[in-house]
Design a protein around this ligand. Structure first.
Ligand code: AHR
Length: 807
């Protein structure tokens, strides 16, 4: 219903006397992955970067064992800093620093090494920092170490401590430094007094003020921001980090629960290093600290299909039984008594009581191949036989539709997998168009974990679309058992995925609008979904089909490309492209009816012709050739406004795939499966698109590559759910009004005379924030009477104040 023919009043009726439908007690949780420096340099509060000297080219080509460290020869001291693997602290931790002092200098502090931290070391006056390291005196008299927290230029010392005397064997030394100044960009220094050679490893500086004061624990402000979401569960360690790039990069939990020197460090597929200081033990501990259930995800015996060259690979058959045993051992480690084999490992780490593991994810976004099926089935069968108390969560590929999704669901049904993990990174419009998709799902079949979702931006449009989608999940909380927005954290200057829920740097934490939506939902959950009837709700205007359509030609990231014979319908482009305009990158006509586009810096270069052709049916064709090693071409059409079009990317994703996508409000999403054809440099391609309303066909050199009917449903622009919280008797009604109009509603609850606590987040579509405070935060007030106005672009939670009068 449009604004003009809609009744003046919308009526929301909630049957509070109905028994309702029991919904999952664990619906809304969080997804944690070490991506965008979420762990090392982020949630894990260690301040020393590369503390174990294990960085190397596998992490990043230019990295080595002394990355983030520099040698020090101050005040006449002289010496050297090298790296050795002879007599390591632990085989899992092969490298250590070798510090040799030949002259101690005027202060007697000797030669040393200095760490830059993760983008500096943030310290605060009045706080105490734990210093620890492993050392052995290999030679000479340098048997005392001095640790300093100091300014970046070394001119001011904020705190000092001594460690030693050292012996000839590896030992751990620990002390603390009381810091006298606040500095967001300090440095940490260790020098050896006396001459001689000292071996050093696991050189660590931790604030004592970690979350819940746990030594070697988590950064308090970041952990608190997560805790404030009151998540019912925490999923970890990923994401793609869980299954890894190649078999050797799989995240194997046993290497992450023991003493730090024994932890198995490895490269992070997001382009840095995993110290594993934040390992399974710390994840479980954090879950317990915040009252969330742990939801670990173990690899399904296969690595990520995006592994360069090999693609998906399975563990060799002869290793599978040991791997199955490793998964079973996780349950014993988490839940077994302290005198069981793995329970004793947990107890030795400081947690004799079981952690109470209930859920276990197996696999992440894996291609549903035979390799996957065989390995998943072995793991699943073993868990069912040995640990029927554990709810296994399977995977249905990377997207909420398509080949792997269908195969994944079929496989899960055949194997009675209780829950499957579905991922949706989509546009805000997609989320609103899909709020009804759970209503018709088989109530008996596998249930759903929406393990990763996000609608493309940190703006009001996305936040409200997510609010509406969560309303849909709640209405279907009998089968949507769990859900977690992704990704959770991103650090300034290290953002590798966008959007994220919380942004941070070394001293700030910035929750986003999307975060506030998550929080409003999670702190207002219930256990029973109540029937709701909404009459007179606003409806979205239909999408324009005809009218004039714009077209676009583009060169992909870092690509130089030439385009010629550009034809829109039967009209060739003007020889000088004068009526086209530059959207990004640089361009120049070639003087012969063609144009050269050059993209640099990871961005694409694009030229746009608005109002190019009468829709809805026409052809758009172009000849294109790339002239460097960049990606390929990006062809846009059916553009009805800036940010809304179809898009055919030929040679995108590092020149690996062609994909047909729809772009809604600037957020692209796939319409077809990716096709793995790269673009050759120097070769001309004939690219032709045929548009017939919502039917799109894309041809490359006359070959049909994509043929798609873009079926769309009407978006639910005014979404409502109601739940009962039996513990308090409260009825909680949630309303997402994503329209530009205020909506006046009469609330009819079966029980009458209600007053409500009201929480409202008003977030216009284009207000946005990342490394700054969110442009809006939830407002609280009370509502009496039964008429409520829902502001334009708002998410409202109404919670009854009357309490326990449920039927
Ligand atoms: O959340 C970021 C990534 O998105 C995850 O690692 C992966 O599972 C998904 O593709």
């Amino acid at each position: 219903m449009t604004a003009s023919d809609r009744p003046a009043e919308t009526v929301i009726e909630v049957d509070t006397s109905a028994p309702g439908t029991a919904i999952s007690p664990d619906l809304f949780g969080v997804f944690f992955e070490d991506l965008s420096h979420a762990a090392d340099g982020g949630l894990y509060a260690e301040l020393v970067q590369n503390r174990s000297f294990e960085y190397g080219p596998a992490d990043r080509p230019e990295w080595h064992a002394l990355t983030a460290w520099e040698p020090l020869e101050r005040d006449g001291a002289a010496g050297s800093l090298t790296v050795s693997t002879i007599v390591p602290l632990h085989p899992a931790n092969p490298h250590h620093a070798v510090l040799t002092t030949t002259a101690t200098g005027t202060t007697g502090l000797g030669a040393g090494l200095r760490n830059e931290g993760f983008d500096g070391i943030a310290v605060r006056a009045g706080e105490t920092y734990d210093v620890s390291l492993y050392a052995r005196l290999a030679d000479g008299s340098a048997d005392r170490l001095v640790a300093l927290i100091e300014s970046r230029d070394g001119s001011r010392v904020y705190g000092r401590a001594e460690l030693g005397p050292l012996t000839g064997t590896w030992e751990r030394y620990a002390t603390e430094i009381a810091c006298e100044e606040t500095d967001p960009d300090a440095r940490f220094t260790v020098t050896a007094t006396g001459t001689g050679t000292v071996h050093l490893d696991l050189v660590s500086l931790f604030p004592q003020a970690t979350f819940r004061g746990r030594p070697g624990g988590l950064r308090a402000d970041l952990a608190q921001a997560i805790a404030d979401l009151k998540p019912k569960f925490v999923r970890f360690p990923g994401g793609c980090v869980a299954h890894g790039l190649g078999l050797a990069n799989m995240y194997r939990w046993p290497g992450t629960v023991g003493p730090l020197p024994a932890r198995r460090q490895m490269f992070n597929l997001w382009g840095y290093h995993q110290s594993m200081g934040l390992g399974y033990f710390e994840y479980f501990q954090f879950c317990e600290d915040i009252g969330a259930k742990p939801l670990p995800v173990v690899p399904a015996g296969v690595c990520c299909q995006n592994t360069h060259v090999t693609g998906q690979v399975g563990l060799p058959d002869e290793e599978m039984q040991a791997y199955v045993d490793e998964v079973l051992a996780l349950v014993e480690w988490a839940n077994g008594p302290a005198d069981s084999h793995w329970g004793a490992v947990r107890a030795a780490a400081g947690h004799p009581e079981p952690f109470g593991l209930e859920y276990l994810g197996v696999g992440n976004e894996d291609v549903i191949s035979d390799t996957f099926r065989e390995r998943f089935a072995r793991i699943h069968d073993a868990l069912r036989d040995h640990h029927p108390e554990i709810t296994v969560i399977g995977t249905v590929g990377p997207f909420p539709a398509g080949e792997d999704w269908e195969k994944g669901w079929a496989f899960a049904r055949e194997n009675d997998v209780p829950i499957v993990d579905e991922h949706s990174y989509k546009s805000p419009r997609w989320f609103l168009e899909n709020t009804r998709r759970f209503d018709t799902m088989d109530r008996e079949g596998p249930h759903l974990y929406i393990g990763e979702y996000g609608s493309g931006r940190n703006n009001g449009r996305s936040a409200l679309a997510e609010a509406a989608y969560m309303i849909a999940m709640e209405r279907n909380g009998d089968i949507v058992r769990l859900a977690s927005y992704a990704p959770l954290l991103a650090k300034r200057d290290h953002v590798q995925w966008s959007p994220d829920l919380i942004y941070f740097d070394n001293t700030h934490v910035w929750p986003t609008l999307n975060y506030h939506v998550q929080r409003m939902h999670s702190v207002n959950s219930g256990d029973t979904a109540l029937p709701v009837t909404v009459t007179g709700a606003p409806e979205a205007p239909p999408l324009p089909e005809g009218g004039r359509h714009g077209v676009r030609i583009g060169a992909g990231a870092d690509t130089s490309a030439e385009f010629t014979d550009v034809r829109v319908g039967s009209s060739p482009a003007t020889p000088d492209f004068a009526d086209w305009h530059r959207e990004s990158g640089s361009w120049e006509p070639d003087g012969e009816g063609g144009v050269r586009l050059t993209a640099s810096g990871g961005e694409e270069s694009a030229l746009v012709l608005a109002d190019a052709v009468d829709g809805p049916s026409y052809t758009f064709s172009v000849r294109a050739r790339k002239t460097n090693d960049g990606e390929g071409f990006v062809i846009g059409f059916a553009a009805t406004s800036p940010g809304n079009r179809y898009q055919w990317t030929v040679g995108g994703w590092q020149n690996r795939f062609t994909r047909l996508q729809r772009v809604d409000d600037g957020v692209a999403q796939d319409l077809t499966e990716p096709v793995g054809v790269p673009v050759e440099t120097g070769r001309w391609y004939d690219l032709r698109v045929e548009v017939e309303g919502r039917r799109v066909r894309c041809y490359r050199d006359g070959l049909l590559i994509h043929d798609c009917e873009d079926v769309r449903s009407a978006p639910e622009v005014f979404a409502v759910s109601a739940v009962r919280d039996s513990a308090t008797g409260d009825v909680i009604v949630k309303i997402a009004n994503t329209t530009p109009e205020p909506v006046t509603s009469r609330l009819r609850l079966t029980r009458t005379g209600e007053r409500f606590h009201r929480t409202t987040l008003t977030a216009p579509p284009d207000v946005t924030s990342r490394f700054e405070p969110a442009p809006a935060t939830p407002a609280e007030d009370q509502l009496s009477g039964d008429v409520c106005e829902f502001p334009p672009y708002s998410f409202t939670v109404l919670r009854t104040l009357t309490g326990n009068d449920q039927p």
